[in-house]
Design a protein around this ligand. Structure first.
Ligand SMILES: *[C@@H]1O[C@H](CO)[C@@H](O)[C@H](O)[C@H]1NC(C)=O
Ligand SMILES: *[C@@H]1O[C@H](CO)[C@@H](O)[C@H](O)[C@H]1NC(C)=O
Length: 182
């Protein structure tokens, strides 16, 4: 008898778990299935000229002697465009920082948010944290989260340098982002 009663569902707590799940899913906006989105855009890292979008904010005497500028940190608010030219349609901005994190390679630590302005994506963001070994043809960095339509996002980006002007320091980088989100 005791055994039978234990296998019966405990109705009040089952209902509670169910209603909690419904409430939780609704609150998080998880009515939809998880989907995979692919976003493609160009990142303009403008360090030169009268209106740079990236500025060095920290450097030590050691950084200046280092072949990799180790320890230097820049903060940026770089435009993201649909095509490779600077005058192409603005679809968002990359806001964050990169710093030289290697004493022997041109490898950056990047911590940035992409905020998008287009249609359904307007105001939504993706957060990227990763290692950017800038001389490699394709760099991969993790997407660790997001907001708005990208709530609970996870995925990765691939970054490819299209042009780098060694005189000015300006770079044009093509980005592909692959993200799972709801
Ligand atoms: C994006 O949202 C902002 C603020 O709500 C609004 O001013 C802007 O017009 C929107 N842009 C587009 C392309 O919908
Ligand atoms: C590289 O930058 C320098 C200095 O700003 C500029 O004079 C030159 O035209 C640029 N080169 C290219 C290919 O854009």
């Amino acid at each position: 008898m005791a055994k039978t009663s234990q296998t019966l569902p405990d109705l009040p707590s089952t209902l509670l778990i169910f209603s909690f799940t419904v409430l939780f899913s609704t609150t998080l906006g998880l009515k939809n299935q998880e989907k995979l989105s692919h976003l493609h855009f160009y990142f303009h890292d403008i360090v030169s000229g009268p209106n740079p979008a990236a500025v060095w904010v920290a450097q030590t005497p050691i950084s200046k002697k280092s072949p990799t500028l180790f320890g230097s940190i820049a903060m940026f608010d770089d435009p993201l465009t649909v095509g490779p030219t600077r005058s192409s349609k603005l679809v968002g901005r990359a806001q964050g920082l990169y710093g030289s994190a290697s004493q022997s390679e041109d490898a950056l630590l990047m911590a940035m948010n992409f905020v998008f302005y287009e249609g359904n994506y307007n105001g939504s963001s993706l957060s990227v944290l990763g290692r950017n070994s800038v001389l490699e043809a394709v760099r991969e960095m993790p997407v660790i989260g997001g907001s708005g339509v990208f709530r609970l996002a996870r995925g990765y980006v691939q970054a490819k340098t299209v042009t780098f002007n060694a005189t000015s320091g300006d770079a044009l980088v093509e980005y592909d982002a692959f993200v799972f989100h709801y």
